[in-house]
Structure formats: structure tokens, C-alpha cells
Write a protein that binds this ligand. Structure first.
Ligand code: ATP
Ligand code: MG
Length: 175
């Protein structure tokens, strides 16, 4: 069966965008696909998925950047812009390399929303993507142009989150 590489977007304010992408990765690895995740890191948490390559052949993950600091600033820090561009270049390289069947650019939508990566670069990547590669883009506030260019778009909608009750982030669920 010829593979039709999909452009998949997980967006919205509810929890589950990265988790769903990792679920896809698990499924893909089970089918013998080679998976790479490039993460635009937002904070300093040690995410459980960073240890997944110890247990999952065919899965790799690259946390990049130093976290998006000072989200309240009117302009992003040039160092964060440089790091995000480097992260995007690494992700683009993975997509174009032919070495992977599924590439996840985790939090890319958020990096675009925050002004760290140009939406035109994301649209070019979607255009240049080798046909068989599945590409997953996660993060809040996906741009309408990216949604238009995608094949599969899911919006996570918050109905409840334990954070609202003051329950702190749980290891293995949130990170
Ligand atoms: P996850 O990685 O858990 O799938 P996500 O990718 O959908 O979450 P992000 O915007 O990447 O969401 O946020 C990452 C962290 O913020 C996670 O620990 C997540 O549980 C938490 N989070 C996500 N949505 C909410 C929310 N609506 N309210 C509070 N915290 C949230
Ligand atoms: Mg996420």
C-alpha cells in the first residue's frame, strides 16, 4: 500500500496535544516506522518521553532550546528567536532527510504564535515535505494558514483541568 504522508495538527487550549502526538509515535513504532520528535522546549521540566528511546527502538527525541522565557515581554528575546530557528532547521532537516517516516515538531505552532518562527517557513516545509513522510505539528494557536495546509486537524478543548482545582502537575501525566 502506497503511503500518503499526512500533515497533522494538534492545537487548542485543552491538554493532550503533545500526549496525542506521542501516542501516534507509539503506534507508528509498532508498525516499524522510524519516528523523530523535535521539541521546542517551553520550560525546564524533565519530560518522561525523553527516556522513551531506552525502551522504543525506532524512536528518537531531541529537546532543543532553553524554554521560552519571559512570555510577558512585548518582543521575544533574540536569543530565543535564534534557538527556535535552530530548532526549526533541525526539524526541517529530519523531515527532508528521508531517514524518518513520522516527524513530530512539538510546540511549533506555539513558537510561530510567539513570533519565534515565521509561518512562511512552516508553509514551505509542508510544501517541501517528501510525499511519504507524516508530519505532526503541535501547539496552541495554530495559524489558519497552517490549518488550511494540513490534512488532519484536531483541536483539544478544555472542559476541566486539575490545575483549576490547584492540583499540581503529576509526574507521568503532565511531564
Ligand atoms: P500535554 O503535554 O500534557 O499533552 P499539551 O501539549 O496539550 O499538554 P501544552 O500547551 O504543551 O499542552 O502544555 C504543557 C503543559 O501544560 C502540560 O503539563 C499540560 O498538562 C499543561 N496544560 C495543558 N493544557 C492546560 C490547561 N488547559 N490548563 C492548565 N494546564 C494545562
Ligand atoms: Mg505540548
Amino acid at each position: 500500500m502506497a503511503r500518503h504522508g499526512l500533515v497533522i495538527v494538534h492545537t487548542g487550549n485543552g491538554k493532550g496535544k503533545t500526549t496525542a502526538a506521542l501516542g501516534l509515535a507509539l503506534r507508528a513504532v509498532g508498525q516499524g516506522l522510524r519516528v523523530s520528535v523535535v521539541q521546542f522546549i517551553k520550560g525546564s521540566w524533565k519530560y518522561g518521553e525523553l527516556r522513551a528511546p531506552e525502551f522504543l527502538p525506532g524512536f528518537e527525541i531531541h529537546p532543543m532550546g532553553r524554554g521560552f522565557v519571559n512570555l510577558g515581554a512585548p518582543e521575544p528575546d533574540p536569543e530565543d528567536v535564534a534557538l527556535a530557528r535552530e530548532t526549526f532547521a533541525a526539524g526541517r532537516e529530519k523531515v527532508l532527510s528521508g531517514a524518518y517516516d513520522l516527524v513530530i515538531l512539538d510546540e511549533l505552532n506555539y513558537a510561530v504564535d510567539y513570533g519565534l518562527v515565521d509561518v512562511s517557513d512552516v508553509l514551505s516545509l509542508i510544501r517541501d515535505k517528501p510525499a511519504p513522510v507524516h508530519l505532526v505539528l503541535t501547539g496552541r494557536n495554530a495559524r489558519p494558514e497552517v490549518v488550511d495546509a494540513a490534512d488532519l486537524v484536531t483541536e483539544m478543548r478544555e472542559i476541566k483541568h486539575p490545575f483549576q482545582k490547584g492540583i499540581k502537575a503529576q509526574k507521568g501525566v503532565e511531564f
